[in-house]
Design a protein around this ligand. Structure first.
Ligand SMILES: [Zn+2]
Ligand SMILES: [Zn+2]
Length: 458
């Protein structure tokens, strides 16, 4: 039982072997994704094959227009397409905000048939939401292997300076020309690797959820993601040297991770507490009038920061010293928990989190059940964590990439680190080792071992 990845003569990615009896419903992803060299030269042909109509809006920014946008535009015009260009010009980084979304919508006309994004995360998400709102299909021409969101069905956006997520759909065609992706700045490549490294934590937490809460778990998706992430860490030198093979492995890992969302319909295999922590950093930085840290770099950093908690948990059975009665006697009230969440996430987002995850405030019986189960299953939990690669492997990857390894490398302040390590787990009800530790009254004990996790003052 394993998924094999191959390509047809057109460099279209094919997945085989999606046969799994885990109990979840699996959908075979059927959207065309092409990965390979020389694809930009065939963009016009492929877009006209898969997208309906002859009138397009092409969305690019100052960086991606000369890189690939102009070429795609010219090819389509030569084929008789009418292409309106939405060139988003910014002094600094382009953001997926209401201004950018408005520019795309105002470039569209009554006769626009489809959209094309030429870029990475921000440009794809801006185009994705416009496509969703107008019911038009869209093609994504990737320009950097910087995050796993090309295949995503959710668009992280900015509205009046705050982070929002909106349901959208995945592109009707994705083109990943390796000659273009290889030219991406090293920071973006390091971001792609960082986003991929987070999958180790996501899969581990998922397996812990299966042990403690009998959560439905898909071994096929987990194996597919882990095998792809392992290939990235094993071939990190090839990625850094931007060889075709290296950039292909990274691109495939990002795409495969994203494809699990299509296969099982949720993001369990690709995001857990490491992403929640980054989400909290994003919100806290925006609230201070600053930019969000680059996504993949931030995920790589949070993964590195929380990793020692996993290895320490597996090193020694601290659960055997837990007295469930004593833990339950220390429970905080519903009001205290609500206050903590609102203090961390802000009142509006905090209220939404509490409303969306009503079962997250455990009854005493449920908390006791989880403590008992964790104590009983500790050997299994230890074995799950033992499947992680050594911490040194992750540090070495980050060192070689010159990626952020300390919170200050991304201007994350000590108070933001402290709050995010304690409250990131509460962003959603998704189970994690951090929730387990909190349920068992051990979270502070473990955080005390992290040099950067000083408790919040006040
Ligand atoms: Zn991510
Ligand atoms: Zn499955």
């Amino acid at each position: 039982m394993s998924v094999t990845l191959s390509y047809d003569d057109n460099q279209r990615l094919l997945l085989d072997g999606i046969a799994c009896d885990c109990g979840l419903t699996h959908q075979l992803p059927d959207r065309p994704i092409h990965v390979g060299r020389g694809l930009l030269a065939r963009a016009g042909e492929l877009i006209s094959r898969y997208l309906p109509g002859t009138q397009a809006v092409l969305v690019a920014d100052d960086k991606t227009w000369p890189l690939a946008g102009r070429e795609v535009c010219e090819q389509l015009r030569q084929r008789g397409f009418k292409v309106d260009v939405c060139l988003i010009r910014r002094d600094g980084e382009m953001l997926p905000d209401e201004t950018a979304c408005g520019e795309v919508l105002l470039t569209m006309t009554d006769t626009t048939d489809f959209l094309i994004s030429v870029g990475s995360g921000s440009l794809t998400d801006t185009t994705r939401i416009a496509a969703m709102r107008t019911g038009k299909p869209f093609a994504a021409v990737a320009t950097a292997p910087s995050m796993d969101g090309y295949t995503s069905v959710v668009a992280p956006l900015l509205l009046r300076g705050s982070k929002i997520h909106r349901q959208a759909h995945s592109p009707d065609l994705i083109l990943c020309d390796l000659d273009i992706l290889r030219q991406a700045p090293m920071e973006m490549i390091a971001g792609g690797v960082g986003d991929v490294l987070g999958k180790y934590i996501a899969i581990t937490d998922w397996r812990i959820g299966q042990e403690i809460n009998d959560e439905a778990f898909c071994p096929l998706c987990a194996e597919m993601v882990i095998a792809a992430v392992d290939r990235v860490t094993e071939h990190i030198d090839a990625i850094i040297s931007r060889s075709e093979a290296g950039i292909r492995l990274l691109t495939e890992a990002l795409l495969l991770a994203g494809l699990t969302i299509m296969i099982i319909g949720h993001t369990r295999a690709v995001a857990s507490v490491e992403h929640n922590i980054v989400h909290l950093w994003d919100m806290m930085q925006l609230a201070r009038g600053r930019r969000q840290p680059p996504h993949g770099l931030a995920v790589g950093l949070s993964t590195l920061m929380i990793w020692p908690v996993y290895t320490l948990f597996a090193a020694d059975n601290q659960l055997s010293f837990v007295d469930p009665d004593a833990v339950l006697a220390q429970r905080i009230s519903h009001e205290q928990r609500a206050w903590q969440i609102m203090a961390a996430y802000g009142e509006e987002a905090g209220r939404m989190i509490i409303a969306e995850n009503p079962d997250d405030f455990l009854t005493p019986d449920e908390q006791r059940r989880r403590i008992d189960r964790a104590r009983e299953r500790w050997p299994r939990l230890r074995d799950i964590i033992a499947d992680l690669p050594p911490y040194e492997t992750i540090i070495n990857v980050q060192k070689k990439l010159q990626a952020p390894r300390l919170p200050q490398d991304l201007q994350i302040e000590p108070d933001q680190v402290s709050v995010s390590l304690r409250m990131g787990k509460d962003y959603r009800s998704r189970y994690s080792l951090f929730k387990l530790l909190d349920d068992c009254g051990l979270l502070e004990t473990f955080l005390a071992t992290l040099p950067w996790a000083k408790p919040t003052v006040g």
